[in-house]
Design a binder for this molecule. Structure first.
Ligand code: G3P
Length: 218
């Protein structure tokens, strides 16, 4: 399973990149807004920092606008994947951009039917938003399970990119279902690293080593 970071924060991207943990990045207009910087400059920098796929989202809602914007975003780097919304215009743009050799991530997917249509439109990634479904009392992970089951019946090249991840248990569940990618907010990736027994165990090893140095040897 690939791990993407879901952020537009350059510092966080550098930090996890240095750990060798990142297979790619996803961004969206809200994440860029949170950074409060020039979004075009930030998107260019992200594309150059990361070797894997970097999803950059269009804000046009019409077919022609999405094509024009998608082509411009792609000029930020050969690793750029154009993110389009799950609408009829978005699917049309997905088909055209894909035919031009520009990969597409269809975002804001909330049903198996939407995922099927995105795959039929040739998307490289389909992004079910699981946390937002959980928020309204539906089981987001059940959607991932259904999409994985459907995709296994066919020869779609589309990868399931689990988005709107809120906690580490989502990651384990996505991995058990064989999801191709999870995109994680930095705080979730940080939490995946931690276990109190690791900290306690390390502390005790280091203390014992110190005692060994301090104690007289026969
Ligand atoms: O990648 C999509 C993701 O950023 C949405 O997450 O937490 O805004 O539902 P969230």
């Amino acid at each position: 399973m690939k791990i993407f970071l879901d952020t537009a924060n350059l510092g966080e991207i550098r930090r996890f990149n240095e750990m060798g943990l990142l297979d790619g990045i996803t961004t969206n207009p809200t994440l860029l807004f949170r950074e409060g910087k020039d979004p075009h400059d930030t998107m260019r920098q992200i594309a150059s920092l990361v070797r894997g796929d970097v999803s950059l989202e269009v804000v046009s809602t019409d077919y022609e606008g999405m094509l024009e914007e998608g082509r411009r975003l792609r000029s930020c780097g050969n690793n750029v994947v154009v993110k389009v919304p799950m609408t009829s215009e978005g699917l049309r743009a997905c088909r055209t951009l894909t035919a031009e050799g520009i990969p597409v991530n269809v975002t804001l997917v909330f049903s198996p039917n939407q995922a099927i249509l995105a795959a039929k439109a040739g998307a490289r990634y389909v992004s079910p938003f699981i946390g937002r479904l959980d928020d309204i009392g539906q089981d987001g992970m059940e959607l991932v399970e259904t999409i994985m089951e459907i995709f296994a019946q066919y020869e779609f090249d589309t990868q399931v990119l689990v988005a709107s991840v809120r906690h580490p248990i989502h990651v384990v569940e996505a991995a058990r279902l064989g999801a191709h990618v999870v995109t994680l907010p930095p705080k979730v990736l940080d939490r995946m690293l931690l276990h109190p027994l690791t900290d306690l165990g390390l502390e005790s090893f280091l203390n014992d080593w110190k005692h060994l140095q301090d104690s007289p040897k026969p």
